[in-house]
Ligand binder design. Structure first.
Ligand code: CIR
Length: 257
């Protein structure tokens, strides 16, 4: 899990008008910007070169760059986001990807896919089937990944209505260790892993982010912090309260390779 590059995008003035189910109130834009700056600074501190893109006012959710692409050192895949207001957001990332990647694939036709549903675990990709990512999307991505020798495993999260994306509930910390929302902890697909299961009341914190030698942990979830620290990781706490209000978390805020 060695990352050298990341792409982020600043939140715009339209950020509070994005899609959300959180019922936590409107985000404070100034605080969101401060938290975004800190996020980028933390990535830099962990040894990553960060390309910070300007805000896109037409797309309030475009700060959540993870959803519009899957990136690997050798190739990138532009997605087709499942939420209608976000559908054209992916195309805005194409010129940026062209600066970094020679081979770029696209999810096409009726397929939909959000990057938040895609969880890489060493040389296997876990692909979440969700309200945002459909079977065609998963199949198109699996075929592309197969070209590069990656195996894909499908995880159907549709029964969990309150879970937006696979990575809202499942994140790989490296070292054969999965951080899991308790509602997905019993799946056979994760049985062979060292499983760190966050308590249900801290389900939001299942979205921690391993970057090189550190693990970013959202501020305000003490049991998860203890779980991650006790497992031997160097935790870095970061407050992402304003992004939580818009259903987003730590992984959503960057593309990493
Ligand atoms: C959305 O509903 O699409 C945004 N408000 C939140 C996206 C969060 N992204 C992620 O989990 N990868």
């Amino acid at each position: 899990m060695n990352f050298t590059h990341a792409i982020t995008r600043k939140p715009g003035n339209s950020f509070p008008y994005g899609i959300t189910t959180a019922a936590l109130g409107k985000p404070d834009l100034e605080l969101a910007l401060t938290q975004h700056n800190q996020y980028c600074a933390d990535l830099v501190q962990l040894g990553v070169q960060v390309d910070v893109l300007p805000a896109l006012e037409l797309f309030p959710d475009s700060v959540f760059v993870e959803d519009v692409a899957i990136v690997e050192p050798d190739f990138a895949v532009l997605t087709s986001p499942g939420a209608i207001p976000r559908r054209d957001e992916a195309q805005e990332m194409l010129p940026v990807l062209e600066l970094h990647f020679k081979r770029i694939y696209q999810i096409e036709g009726n397929a939909t896919l959000d990057g938040g549903d895609i969880c890489k675990v060493d040389d296997v990709y876990y692909l979440g089937l969700s309200a945002r990512t459909n079977l065609e999307g998963v199949q198109q991505l699996a075929a592309i990944l197969n070209l590069f020798g990656y195996r894909s495993v499908l995880i159907d999260i549709r029964p969990l209505e309150s879970v937006l994306h696979l990575k809202s509930a499942v994140n790989y910390l490296g070292d054969h260790t999965m951080l899991l929302d308790p509602r997905l902890a019993k799946l056979d697909e994760f049985a062979d892993f060292n499983r760190l299961i966050v308590p249900l009341e801290e389900a939001y914190a299942a979205n921690c982010l391993r970057i090189n030698d550190g693990v970013l942990v959202p501020f305000g979830f003490p049991q998860t912090l203890e779980l991650v620290t006790n497992a031997g990781y160097d935790a870095m706490l970061l407050d992402v309260s304003e992004y939580r209000k818009m259903d987003g978390g730590l992984s959503c805020l960057s593309l990493r390779w």
